[in-house]
Ligand binder design. Structure first.
Ligand SMILES: Cc1ncc(COP(=O)(O)O)c(C=O)c1O
Length: 412
């Protein structure tokens, strides 16, 4: 057991500290080698990586709490919101940049809660989500103290429209669908769900944290994409993470609304403080300017042609991996994914034992309740053959499962 850390009595040498960090960092997951399938989106483009790193360093010390002290950050934030709004079909000023998918979801849930209270007179609004919706919704319900109603999904992994309709009550404040959901990579029937909500004056959120920066290009490549964005009547808010398939470093997501009026519910103004009027647009106070600048640089550096090129690579790699897995005896993709992530499992093999073998070979597959999870980013184009060879071997030759549980995230 190591002793709990204490602040050193005397400051330590910078070179020595950097060497320690380097050594420790080398123990972390090897995402650069294409051996991680979640957590990091490896763009496979050194120039792009170096650019966003430099931009991040340039803005590392700046505080976006008061954008008017940093006109350059303000402009970049407005630009990121406007570019996302243009991509997904809403007004250029009807959104905000947050620190990630979870914060964007919190904000959309808070807006819906307050909309239900103020505009519809519902004291205790409910949040209605399919069981596959990201846990950020359950977390938001807990933190914001609202009731969370979970609706089981259909056998295809998509939200069940009839079951959702049956679960709607007088108190429903927000209905949610994912584009796509994390566990299976399938897109919920957004048009039908949003229609149910709209008929009753209820807000509807599309969680496109994963798909927001990929599905528009997927569609332009001619792939079938069920409707999910603001072109769908009834969709009133969308979360879309730039730090996922927008290919910037962590800490950047966008939450967009159908109108600037809805966004107003998100803003916080406080005039009862000796420090003066305090205003803030998202849940954080002090905010690092670096992710805003990184997002701005990433979007501008890639541009539409860059995103299309990357989407093509991701789509082709997904096809190869899907087909390769389906061709391995005993393995099958469990649902029919609409994007670049999916679950695969087995009716005959001990899938936990297959994962153990893959772990031992240095692959980091995420274990889920129904199988193993893959999420593809551009770099994975380089590892398809090696991965499939190891997987086929693992499927054919494995022992008993070590009983590793399906987990995601963690607390310290
Ligand atoms: C569909 C979906 N929504 C929301 C989130 C939460 O995003 P974040 O981890 O950036 O808070 C994720 C993360 O993977 C996700 O896959």
């Amino acid at each position: 057991m190591t002793e709990p850390a204490r602040i050193p009595e005397h400051g330590r040498n910078a070179a020595e500290l950097l060497a320690t960090i380097e050594a420790r960092h080398a123990e972390d997951i090897d995402w650069r080698g294409g051996r991680a399938f979640s957590l990091v989106y490896n763009v496979d483009d050194h120039e792009h990586e170096e650019l966003i790193e430099q931009v991040g360093v340039r803005y590392l010390h700046d505080n976006a709490l008061n954008p008017f002290k940093y006109p350059s950050v303000l402009q970049m934030e407005l630009d990121v919101i406007a570019m996302a709004a243009n991509l997904l079909g809403t007004a250029p000023n009807a959104g905000a940049v947050s620190s990630g998918g979870t914060e964007s979801i919190f904000l959309a849930v808070q807006v819906a809660r307050d909309h239900a209270r103020r505009e519809r007179g519902i004291a205790e609004p409910q949040l209605l989500t399919p069981a596959t919706a990201h846990p950020a919704f359950a977390k938001a319900a807990k933190y914001l103290d609202i009731e969370h109603v979970l609706v089981p999904v259909g056998p295809d992994g998509r939200a069940d429209v009839a079951a959702t309709e049956a679960a709607i009550t007088e108190r429903t404040g927000l209905v949610v669908g994912s584009a796509p959901c994390y566990p299976y990579g399938v897109i919920d029937p957004i048009a039908e769900l949003a229609g149910l909500a709209a008929e009753r004056g209820i807000l509807f959120h599309t969680d496109a944290c994963l798909g927001g920066w990929l599905l528009p290009w997927w569609e332009r490549l001619g792939r079938e994409v069920p409707p999910w964005d603001f072109r769908v009547p009834g969709v009133t808010s969308i979360s879309a993470d730039v730090h996922k398939y927008g290919y910037t470093f962590k800490g950047a997501s966008v939450v967009l609304y159908r109108s600037r009026e809805l966004l107003q519910h998100q803003f916080f103004w406080y005039d009862d403080w000796p420090g003066g009027l305090y205003a803030s647009g998202t849940s954080a106070g002090t905010r690092s300017a670096a992710p805003i600048a990184g997002a701005w640089a990433a979007i501008n550096h890639l541009g539409q042609d860059g995103y299309l090129r990357l989407a093509e690579v991701v789509a082709a790699t997904t096809d190869r991996l899907r087909a390769g897995i389906d061709a391995i005896d005993g393995l099958r993709v469990t649902h029919d994914p609409d994007m670049s992530l999916f679950e695969f499992g087995s009716d005959t093999l001990d899938i936990g034992a297959v994962a153990d073998v893959m772990d031992d070979r240095g692959w980091n597959l995420d274990r889920q309740q129904g199988g193993l999870h893959l999420m593809i980013s551009p770099y994975h184009a380089h590892i398809v053959d090696r991965f499939l060879a190891d997987l086929a071997d693992a499927a054919a030759n494995h022992g008993e499962s070590r009983g590793v549980e399906a987990t995601y995230g963690g607390v310290v």
